[in-house]
Every structure is written in C-alpha cells, then in structure tokens.
Design a protein around this ligand. Structure first.
Ligand SMILES: OC[C@H]1O[C@H](O[C@H]2O[C@H](CO)[C@@H](O)[C@H](O)[C@H]2O)[C@H](O)[C@@H](O)[C@@H]1O
Length: 600
C-alpha cells in the first residue's frame, strides 16, 4: 500500500524523478522522461502496478519496517535511510546520477552494525502498471523488455524470479557495500554499459555540492531555502530548460475525490515564477536555459500561445484517464495529459513578462528575441485583455473576468513600458501607458466591492480569491492602500482554515462548484505564503513570520511540500513535490529576511 504523500522522498536526475517511501519502496518512476510512462506506478494503484522495495527482510504477512532515520546527504538529492533491526543497523543510499548516458537509479546497501538479513523485491510493470514485461537473463544481467523500453537490473548478489517478481535475499555485514542498479535503454539498442555505482555516487555528490555553492542566500532560513532550490532544480528538464510543475500525476487535492491532475508539464506561469526565484538566489544559467526554452516553445503567432507545453515544448497534451489504476487511496480518475493546455489564462502574460523583466534587471545577457517576444505579447494583450478567461486556477467552469488575470495583464504592460523606457526595445510608449491606465481603472471600478472594501474574484461577483494577495506584491497598488488592506483582511477572515492557512477560494457549502468541479480541497500552500508576504508588507511582520514558520512546519521530514494541506486530515495533498509551493517559500523567506522579520 502506498504511504502518505509526506512519507515520500524525491530523488532525480533532472530528466525524471522517483519517489521513495519510508519503508524503502520506490513507488513512482517514469522513464526516460518525467512525462514518460511509469515503470513503478504503485503510488496510484497497488503493488501489482509496479514497485521496488529494498530494506531489511521481514516475515511474510507483516508490513515492511519503516526506516528509523532518513535524510538527504548534506545539501544533495542523495537519500540515506537507516534501519535499526534486532540483528543490527543497515543503511540504504538511493540516488539518480545526473544523466550522462542511460538513466539510472542506484541503491547501495551498507552494513553499519551486526549482520542484517535484507531483501530486494523488484516488480516492474511498464505502461503505468498495465504491462508485465518479458524478464530474462542476458550476459549475466537481468533485463525486462516491453515494446520500446528495456530496463537492466545489475547487482553482485544472486537473484531469482518468482510470481513475476525479481528477488534478492542476502545478508550485509558491517562495512560491506552492495549495489543495485536499474538502467533504462531503448529496447532496440545495445545493452547499456555496466553501472559504476561508487563512482556515480561521488560524481552525484560533487554535482550537488558545486550547484548549491552558487546560492547567494545566506539568511536565517537557509536550510529551507536550499532544500527548496534543490527541489526546483530537480524539477528542471536539463536537455531543454523546461520545468515540470511536479513530477507526479493525480496525487489528489481531495483524498478520494476527482481533483487529480497531471503536473508533468511546463506551465508558463509555474516555470516563470520558478525562474524568478532562481534568479533572486543567484542561479542565472537555469534562467537563461528557460528563456531559450520559452522562445522555442512559443515561437510563431502569439495567438497560438498555450499556457503550458510538454517539457521539450510539445503542444499536444491531450487528457486521458487510466482506468486500470484505482488511484491514490482510491482517488480516481488517474489522468495523464492536461486539458487545461488550451485554456485562455491571461495572467500568464504577466508572469512571463515579469520573469523576462527580472532577467533584464539582474543583467541576464540581452536576447533581442526575448524583447521582441515581450512586445508581441503586449500586442496580443491589447486586443484580448477585456475577454473573460479561465484564470490562474484553470477553472473548469465558464470563463469569467478574473480580477487576478486583469491585474497580471497590467503587470505585463507595465514591465514592457519599463523595458522600452530602459532603451532596450522600441514600442508605442504613449499608447501602452494609456493601456496600462485603462486596465488599472477597469479593475478598480469593476473588480472592487466598495461596500465590503475588498477586491473580488471576478467582475460583479461576491466571491473572494486568494490570488488577489499578489496585488501589492506586483506593485498594482501600494501596501498601505485601504483597498489592499481591506482585501488582505477579508481573505484572512473568510478564506482561512481553522489553523490559519489559506484556501484559494471557497469550494464547500453554498460555494460548491464555483470552479466547475465536485468536491472540496485543502489550503493552497502558495496562497498561504502570499498571505505571509502581504502581512509583512502591510506592517504585520510578527504575524507574517509566525505564519511563515507554521508553513515551514508543514514540510515533511525532508523539507518537501505538496500543493496543498488538508486541515481536517492534517496531511499533505496534491501533486508532490510541487514547484508552486517551493517557489513562494523561497520568496517569502527572502522578503522576511530583507525586512529583518525573523529571529524570535
Ligand atoms: O483546479 C483545477 C485545475 O487544477 C490544476 O491546476 C493547478 O495547477 C497548475 C500547475 O501547478 C497551476 O498552474 C494552476 O494555477 C493550478 O490551478 C490542473 O492542472 C488543471 O488542469 C485543473 O483545471
């Protein structure tokens, strides 16, 4: 049975990622890319859908023991889990080396004390648990083949097959190290080279040490910031510069419900804010690579711009349901692909332009095509900003005039005016200044409820929406504007969970179905971080710090966050780990550090 979402650790090679549970089971791994079919999909089904457990042997009919301790090795993505057993202590080190050839998942067992009986249980099921591969021995190696894929299993200990599973039973003595590796290769090609686990471990450690060494943040929240940065780096797809929103599909926002989506794609919104965080903490190479990705992905007519793409810029992300998978804790359907790809979401123009603007401000080497793209986006917005859209939350209901979308359209125009004023691009300055004023006026007239002194979710509606918290952050209005303070107070009053976290918008009771979906959802972590930002901006810094530190306490033992927090079940929900949660964590840490609001 899959663990709780927060029971999982992330390991990855910047092309794909695996989730490892506390009991040493890998329950999720797609090969060779984030968005490929899973060979271990136990996370969304049962053991029959594929897993790889490596840990102390345990009696049949009982649960596998969970590790007594686990942590990443220093500031890396190398996971170390330790079990204390009646026979001694054993450590398993799990990692995926940054790719240089065939993708590999390596697990090294190390005896610490005593002689510990161990078991490896490997059940590969290709095509998200649907296909039992043909497993056979070739040149002293075990290989699993199905269609285009082959996965090679290498270890020095004896293995045997039983019930369509490959086992190894062995004992590990103190100081002894025994490695297990799986490597993926297209099935029509020669076998991948034999793995070199110890050298790969050293190279992986060096890679992360070097990468983390570039971080420019040295404030009081450094541990949390570094772990979030490593997580974001792990979500980047190195060959193209694309960034996935999360490495999973269909971890539910509502346990047992239908709010299950595939996040293994590059959203312009999520990637743009990720880039902004990386730029603010000294990481320019990723920003440059994503800008190149962006230029390739959106090439052509801006009328054809999508709000998300595949990690190499693919446009067709057709949504489908995998009906043979029961779903995480029976949360069905399990979806692959994402139907939101063809929605109209006007805010993405603002987020993309803001990221390009920050690149410009922080001295990222000038790219004329990026400036041209920015101008093209504004020409598009000029014609379309008055249209209703699906908005930041990608609602499945009817289009609306979302206030957040219009505010972000204002951001796009504002930042482009700044680009022109800096002399780095040419455009109709006066016309666009008028456009900026028109959008501002429109939002303040139609998106603000005078009686309640709050901005609203969409024009003419009475609903609130936590995305409005970005209004002072993007400079649409100053933090001391009474409409900003009124909005922050209204959101805090009406969208807080009992433990003080923030919902995106109400979905229960009389509000059911406002997003076009049945069921309820948890507190949205990004919105909760935005609340901390706003509280700091309006001078309530103590409260801001307390909320931020409470949010930090929701991270799992390895510092990882899913998309949401279920206040009733007191557990993480939604895809995991989620860039959209780790980005605001970094941003809020930077803001609180800058305001001196920490330390007590
Ligand atoms: O709420 C319905 C929508 O939920 C998902 O979108 C959410 O995740 C995106 C990726 O992090 C994020 O950009 C968006 O703001 C979130 O609402 C899902 O991907 C959509 O298909 C779905 O309609």
């Amino acid at each position: 049975m899959a663990g709780r979402i927060e029971d999982y650790a992330l390991i990855g090679d910047m092309q794909t990622a695996a989730l490892v549970c506390r009991d040493g089971t890998v329950d999720w791994l797609c090969l060779p890319r984030f968005d490929s079919h899973a060979i271990f999909a136990g996370l969304l089904g049962t053991e029959e859908h594929g897993f790889w457990r490596l840990g102390p042997a345990f009696p049949e009919g009982t649960q596998p023991p969970t590790a007594n301790r686990r942590s990443y090795r220093g500031d890396s993505l190398i996971l170390e889990s330790e079990w204390d057993t009646p026979r001694g202590t054993v450590r398993v080190t799990d990692f995926m080396p940054p790719r240089d050839g065939a993708p590999q998942l390596i697990r090294i067992v190390e005896g610490v004390t005593g002689r510990v009986p161990m078991r490896s249980e490997l059940r590969m099921r290709f095509s998200y648990g649907r296909v039992v591969p043909w497993v056979h021995r070739q040149d002293e190696r075990t290989v699993a083949v199905a269609g285009p894929d082959s996965v090679w299993f290498d270890t020095s200990v004896e293995t045997f097959g039983e019930s369509l599973t490959t086992y190894a039973d062995f004992t590990v003595a103190p100081g002894e190290r025994i490695a297990f590796t799986i490597s993926w290769q297209p099935s029509h090609k020669e076998p991948p080279p034999l793995p070199e686990p110890e050298q790969s471990l050293e190279a992986t450690e060096d890679f992360w040490r070097e990468w983390v060494g570039h971080c420019t943040y040295h404030g009081p929240y450094r541990e949390a910031v570094i772990r979030s940065l490593i997580t974001l780096k792990a979500l980047t797809y190195a060959p193209t510069g694309g960034i996935v929103a999360a490495p999973t599909t269909s971890l539910p926002e509502d346990i047992g419900g239908v709010r299950n989506w595939d996040y293994r794609y590059t959203w312009l919104r999520d990637a743009a804010i990720t880039l902004s965080s990386l730029l603010r903490t000294g990481y320019r190479e990723e920003a440059r690579a994503w800008r190149e990705w962006l230029l390739r992905a959106v090439a052509g007519d801006p009328d054809n711009l999508q709000i998300m793409y595949g990690i190499a810029g693919e446009r067709e992300l057709g949504e489908a349901e995998l009906d043979w998978l029961p779903g995480y804790e029976n949360s069905a359907p399990v979806r692959v692909g994402n139907g939101a790809a063809h929605q109209l979401q006007l805010d993405v123009y603002g987020e993309v332009t803001e990221a390009l603007h920050l690149g410009h401000m922080t001295g990222l080497a000038r790219n004329d095509y990026a400036s041209l793209l920015q101008l093209k986006l504004i020409r598009y917005l000029e014609k379309h900003w008055q249209e209703p859209d699906e908005g930041i939350w990608e609602v499945r209901g009817p289009r609306r005039h979302f206030v957040h979308s219009k505010v972000m359209a204002w951001v796009a125009v504002d930042r482009t005016i700044k680009l022109i004023e800096s002399g780095d691009a040419d455009g109709p300055l006066e016309r666009w200044k008028e456009l900026r004023d028109d959008i501002h006026r429109d939002v303040c007239e139609k998106g603000y409820d005078k009686e309640r002194n709050t901005f609203t979710q969409s024009y003419g509606s009475k609903e609130l929406d936590a995305s409005l918290l970005i209004i002072p952050q993007v400079g649409f209005l100053p933090p001391d504007d009474k409409r900003v303070i009124g909005t922050v107070e209204a959101i805090q009053r009406e969208l807080s969970t009992p433990d003080g976290f923030i919902l995106r918008y109400p979905t229960d009771g009389e509000h059911a179905g406002v997003d076009g979906l049945p069921g309820d959802e948890g507190a949205f972590l990004a919105c909760s971080f935005w609340m901390a930002d706003d509280l700091a901006m309006i001078g309530r810094v103590d409260e801001a710090r307390k909320l931020f530190e409470k949010l930090l306490s929701l991270r799992n033992d390895l510092g990882l966050l899913a998309e949401e927090w279920d206040p009733r079940l007191q557990r993480q929900v939604g895809n995991f780990p989620q860039a959209f949660s780790h980005v605001p964590l970094i941003d809020t840490a930077l803001r609180l550090t800058a305001s001196g609001a920490y330390g007590g």
